[in-house]
Design a protein around this ligand. Structure first.
Ligand SMILES: *[C@@H]1O[C@H](CO)[C@@H](O)[C@H](O)[C@H]1NC(C)=O
Length: 492
């Protein structure tokens, strides 16, 4: 791992977790945020979510090996991958979405990241894709889609290293289909195959071949994984939006990776698209529209022109000055979609804002919402406001990224971060023994550097309360969508 940070730097744990000489320690007080520092930290966050055997260059050393027998209940090796959020479950549906977004960030913004941070991003992607490949290839006619019984897990407050809840293994198959999770897995593998195409051609070919096979399964045996798996995935990551969005998203990524007309024909056969004002681990229509508009705007492929209109329409539902806007903003200007983990919608929408701005700038495309003219600058301005707000430019002067700035959440809803580290407290802390650490008002002992939490409420207020998980819990998909916008604004 080459996250540009030396272990020694951790000794000055203050606010200066970085050893690069050009990086200033503090970030918010003296003007513009330090997007590069935030980018580096938001990548580092994923180390705290790692499941499996940790490598020797692990920087977040309050974490240790965990879940080394994952998959054994099904007789397969499913170790690795990421814990989803503040719990210890591996949910492949949001994990695959996170991987797709990390890969999209590497593809669009890798140049802005520079070689070291691009490498760290690739390492972060690979930690997920190595696991997703196991899930897709361990058994013929089966796609494994998660490890760990979420209901058992949520009854305990345990470090991943101590976890003793049942590690049930979940899968979909032709008789129990899951086109949502399979479509998203195919998207992740296809997007990652593009990331590794020049640096690791062999790995890239394995990713792409697997993506095509998983997509074929998603298309041939159509159905929702919520119907197949019930309480193992609902209400946690139920596919509320259905699976047509994942089929579109998967086909869009596979078209980009293969240029195979089969996927274009499938996209054209989908008929009327559902136009939404949200983009998330559940609903990918808007992401697919922006991704497909690239083929028209950047690659001049006329087949994709209809998607420009869909992408324009999405932006008109987001922009505050647009007459067709359906998006609420907090008084201080943060996009406000839903009370549960709102920042996930902010980061994913912001990714589409910066990325569409980039495509618009490349093709000098502009459009109008009613009589309001929208240029790439319009999108860039709203996107920047969101990123700056998250990094501390808000009424509370609170950075919603842990370990960034002077004032950040100290009581995040995260088992590993809130319990003592194995290194300082080697004795096992059992299922119920951990709850005192959930309910204490003390700050978390372990800093989950870079974690972005669910965020403030619709009035820009935040209570830093560990039990208030809709606001204080970090999640892989919040950070996964933030890497791109941070790289977009980072100065090289
Ligand atoms: C990142 O860089 C290291 C050191 O140069 C290299 O060994 C590794 O393969 C790179 N990782 C990826 C995923 O590209």
């Amino acid at each position: 791992m080459a996250i540009p940070m030396r272990k020694g730097a951790l000794q000055c744990l203050c606010l200066c977790l970085f050893s690069l000489p050009l990086l200033r320690c503090s970030s918010v007080a003296d003007g513009a945020p330090n997007y590069r520092e935030a980018l580096s930290k938001s990548i580092l966050f994923f180390q705290g979510q790692r499941s499996g055997k940790l490598p020797s260059d692990q920087i977040l050393t309050w974490r240790s090996d965990s879940a080394l027998a994952d998959g054994s209940l099904a007789g397969v090796d499913l170790t690795g991958g990421y814990y989803d959020a503040g719990d210890n479950v591996k949910f492949n549906f949001p994990m695959a979405f996170t991987t797709t977004m990390l890969s999209w960030a590497a593809l669009e913004y890798g140049g802005k990241m520079g070689p070291q941070l691009l490498n760290s991003t690739q390492v972060t992607i690979r930690w997920a894709t190595d696991y997703l490949l196991k899930c897709a290839n361990a058994r013929a006619n089966k796609l494994f889609v998660g490890v760990g019984d979420p209901n058992a897990d949520h009854k305990c407050w345990e470090r991943p290293e101590d976890m003793d809840t049942v590690r049930s293994v979940y899968s979909v198959s032709p008789s129990n289909p899951g086109s949502d999770v399979a479509g998203e897995t195919a998207a992740a593998l296809a997007a990652a195959s593009l990331v590794f195409r020049s640096s690791s051609p062999k790995y890239s070919r394995v990713l792409l071949a697997t993506a095509q096979r998983v997509m074929q399964f998603a298309l041939q045996y159509q159905g929702a994984y919520s119907d197949s798996l019930g309480s193992a995935v609902c209400p946690f990551y139920c596919s509320y939006s259905g699976y047509k969005d994942e089929l579109m998203w998967g086909a869009a990524w596979l078209f980009r990776a293969t240029k195979n007309a089969f996927y274009l024909n499938f996209l054209n056969s989908l008929g009327a698209n559902d136009d939404t004002d949200i983009f998330s681990w559940d609903n990918k229509f808007a992401g697919a529209h922006v991704l497909l508009s690239r083929m028209a705007l950047v690659n001049n492929d006329k087949n994709f022109e209809p998607f420009i209109q869909h992408a324009d329409d999405f932006m008109c539902r987001i922009l505050p000055q647009s007459p067709s806007s359906t998006t609420q903003y907090t008084p201080a200007g943060l996009i406000y979609k839903l009370s549960g983990s709102n920042l996930q919608y902010v980061t994913s929408t912001t990714f589409l804002l910066t990325t569409y701005a980039k495509y618009m700038a490349a093709s000098r495309h502009t459009f109008s919402c009613g009589n309001v003219l929208v240029t790439s600058k319009t999108l860039r301005m709203i996107a920047r406001r969101q990123v700056d707000y998250i990094l501390g430019d808000n009424p509370l002067k609170m950075s919603y990224m842990v370990g960034y700035g002077a004032n950040y959440p100290r009581r995040i809803h995260h088992r590993g971060s809130s319990l003592p580290a194995v290194a300082s407290h080697p004795e096992v802390i059992g299922c119920n023994g951990g709850f005192q650490f959930l309910y204490t008002s003390h700050p978390n002992p372990n800093i989950l550097v870079g974690a972005i939490v669910g965020g403030p409420n619709q009035y820009d207020a935040y209570s830093d309360d560990r039990t208030d998980y809709s606001h204080s819990e970090p999640a892989t998909y919040i950070n996964g969508a933030m890497i791109g916008p941070l790289a977009y604004f980072a100065r090289n």
